[in-house]
Design a protein around this ligand. Structure first.
Ligand SMILES: Nc1ncnc2c1ncn2[C@@H]1O[C@H](COP(=O)(O)OP(=O)(O)O)[C@@H](O)[C@H]1O
Ligand SMILES: [Mg+2]
Length: 378
């Protein structure tokens, strides 16, 4: 067991690392953040920072030696970096888990091999999109195998013309071509798993995206109890199968026929779990700290129906491509049912996640109504 007072190393300095650092510090842990770029949101709150590239093995080793357990908040960390860390320190979730989840070829192959329902797909090597698309059928979506997030590196293909354009755009890159799912809803379940194999899923969140970026998460998800139960079972089964220690987020589509299909896995805290910071019995960040340190897990229920709204750089006032003013926070700050979180990023940009707010209410309709009204005031 890693006890309060000991040190947790976090690879990655984004907002997930910042909120994870806060949760770790609330439990009395020291936090050391490793991040290549300057002025990161997590380094700003950490006890200690290493600013170095993920290719700097000496810096990684010194970092690993300075802490008692290492975790990550970011998926695009080179395998060599994780192996260097794992040779020195405990790393949770293990490097092998991230290796699978950070690459769509390996992730899909794992789902297929383990009998987890997923969208039909084909691998496209060297940009041979046409052949892959003819296997899968139209409409479909092309996704780069590596380094995708928030819809980056993705293109939906509906027509033969799209196919020609995609072939040019993705030439020379490893991709998956995936059947387009005309889903009823998108949901996610975040499951915590301890070193001894105890699992505890959070309630499913219903996720609404805008421009491929998460916009709103709603808890409880507006799905039948049987769907909720099945979604949690799936998440637990995958966390067990991967032997995750820490959190695993499982993104799913609910088809119009009522089936659940797994879209993506993320072995870390997830944007769709931010509701739990305010509306959960235990926040996802605290749960992750508990799991990787060997503390007992906390209860994972929702205290209240909760709606989480992402605040992107788009909400800033823009004129001719430069920021001329910040969002008007007054209404959110004045609302007793709302709680605002801002990540302290040095510079807003369109599409960049700058913060979020949650709204809790006695019933979901009220929480949704208040959240939408507040969103409009920013
Ligand atoms: N096969 C698909 N069918 C329908 N929508 C999809 C499909 N794949 C992705 N999407 C939409 O795009 C979003 C982002 O895709 P995802 O694969 O989760 O990539 P990432 O989150 O890494 O950017 C999904 O949450 C979903 O809204
Ligand atoms: Mg996703």
């Amino acid at each position: 067991m890693i006890r309060p007072g000991q040190a947790i190393g976090i690879l990655g300095g984004g907002q997930l690392g910042r909120m994870l650092a806060h949760a770790a510090q609330d439990l009395g842990y020291r936090v050391h953040v490793y991040e290549p770029s300057a002025q990161s949101p997590a380094a700003a709150v950490a006890d200690r920072e290493t600013q170095a590239p993920y290719e700097d093995l000496a810096a990684l080793e010194a970092f690993a030696r300075s802490v008692d357990v290492v975790t990550y908040e970011f998926e695009n960390i080179p395998a060599e970096a994780l192996e260097a860390i794992e040779a020195i320190a405990e790393l949770h979730p293990a490097a092998g888990v991230l290796r699978i989840c950070q690459n769509r070829w390996r992730e899909k192959a794992w789902l297929r091999a383990n009998g987890v329902p997923h969208a039909a797909y084909a691998e496209a090597l060297e940009g041979d999109i046409e052949a892959a698309a003819s296997q899968v059928g139209l409409p479909c979506v092309v996704k780069t195998a590596d380094f995708g997030y928030d819809g980056k590196g993705q293109m939906r293909i509906a027509t033969a013309d799209d196919l020609v354009r995609a072939a040019a755009i993705f030439r020379g890159r490893r991709c998956v071509v995936e059947q387009w799912i005309d889903f009823e809803r998108e949901i996610s379940v975040i499951c915590a798993r301890t070193r001894s194999g105890e699992t505890r899923p959070f309630p499913a969140a219903e996720n609404l995206h805008a421009n491929h970026v998460l916009d709103i998460s709603i808890v409880p998800a507006r799905v039948a109890p049987s769907v909720e139960a099945e979604a949690r079972r799936l998440a637990v089964r995958i966390a067990d199968g991967l032997e995750v220690v820490g959190l695993l987020a499982v993104e799913m589509f609910l088809t119009r026929g009522g089936d659940l299909i797994v879209n993506e896995l993320a072995p870390r805290p997830h944007n769709s779990g931010h509701w739990s910071m305010d509306g959960g019995e235990t926040s996802q960040f605290e749960q992750h700290v508990r799991a990787i340190c060997g503390l007992p897990l906390g209860p994972s229920g929702a205290r209240n129906p909760t709606v989480m709204v992402n605040v992107l750089g788009d909400a800033w006032k823009w004129g001719d491509g430069v920021v001329v003013g910040e969002p008007d926070w007054a209404a959110v700050l004045a609302e007793p049912r709302a709680k605002l979180h801002i990540y302290g990023k040095p510079e807003p940009r369109p599409g960049r996640k700058m913060g979020h707010f949650t709204v809790q209410a006695a019933d979901l309709e009220e929480a949704l109504f208040v959240a939408m009204a507040l969103k409009a005031t920013l």
